[in-house]
Design a protein around this ligand. Structure first.
Ligand SMILES: [Zn+2]
Ligand SMILES: [Zn+2]
Length: 242
């Protein structure tokens, strides 16, 4: 029902492109064609975790227990994709979930994954109240609906929600322990597609995949909207990049 209302609202209230600000027609889903064309997949992605490979070594998953069977991001976190995600998450332009889902579906379809259940990285009630929605869940539900897979929220965020940004890579992998929980029945060899928003160190995705595997999942495939490199994040923290 919500989806139908969103489509009607798009038609009645065309908006501006979330990236360049140009007025756009109804049904463009919040991003103009030029900006959509600009969105690119990461070119230097590690085949195991999707992180950045530098000098032949993955900066994310080498020397680390890594649980997802596949992990990749639909796009680089830059340019139009970054503007799209920021508008969606921080300006609360909720309806942009449909455009992000379309971009994700392209990446998921070309990976030819066999999936039983789609799920999302969970968000605590307090955070959902603050933002109004769980950005990963809305996109994951849409991807599931469009690809004909079932959606289930499998995990819960239960731990303290301290920020990851001030921690180094190793500490982030430790900090995320105990933050999420699975309490349902055994997943009995299910093949799960896990959706997250922005991949930086992969600590969140790895922890969620660890729990799902521990709950009996056979495969966990993880897909993020976009990948931000550690270097990009450092620039953001230093304030070099808007
Ligand atoms: Zn645009
Ligand atoms: Zn890797």
């Amino acid at each position: 029902m919500n989806q139908v209302l969103d489509i009607i609202a798009d038609y009645l209230f065309p908006s501006d492109c979330a990236a360049c600000g140009k007025p756009i027609a109804a049904f463009d889903g919040g991003l103009c064609g030029d900006c959509l064309d600009e969105i690119k997949e990461p070119v230097d992605a590690c085949p195991r975790c999707g992180g950045q490979v530098r000098g032949g070594t993955c900066v994310i998953c080498s020397d680390r227990a890594w649980y997802p069977d596949r992990c990749f991001a639909a796009a680089e976190y830059s340019g139009a994709m970054k503007a799209l995600v920021k508008n969606y998450k921080f300006q609360k332009r909720r309806k942009l979930y449909r455009k992000i889902a379309t971009i994700l579906q392209t990446a998921v379809s070309s990976a030819s994954l066999e999936v039983d259940t789609v799920t999302a990285v969970p968000m605590s009630r307090a955070k959902i109240r603050k933002r109004g929605f769980n950005q990963s869940e809305l996109v994951a539900r849409e991807v599931a609906r469009n690809l004909g897979w079932q959606y289930r929220m499998l995990l819960k965020e239960v731990g303290a929600a301290g920020t990851q940004k001030d921690l180094n890579v190793l500490d982030r992998f430790l900090n995320v322990r105990g933050r999420y929980e699975y309490s349902g029945e055994n997943l009995c060899g299910a093949r799960i597609l896990l959706i997250d928003d922005v991949f930086t160190t992969g600590a969140t995705i790895n922890e969620c995949a660890r729990l799902l595997k521990g709950a009996g999942a056979d495969k966990v495939y993880a897909v993020a909207f976009a990948r931000r490199t550690l270097y990009q994040e450092m620039q953001e923290i230093m304030g070099d990049v808007p």
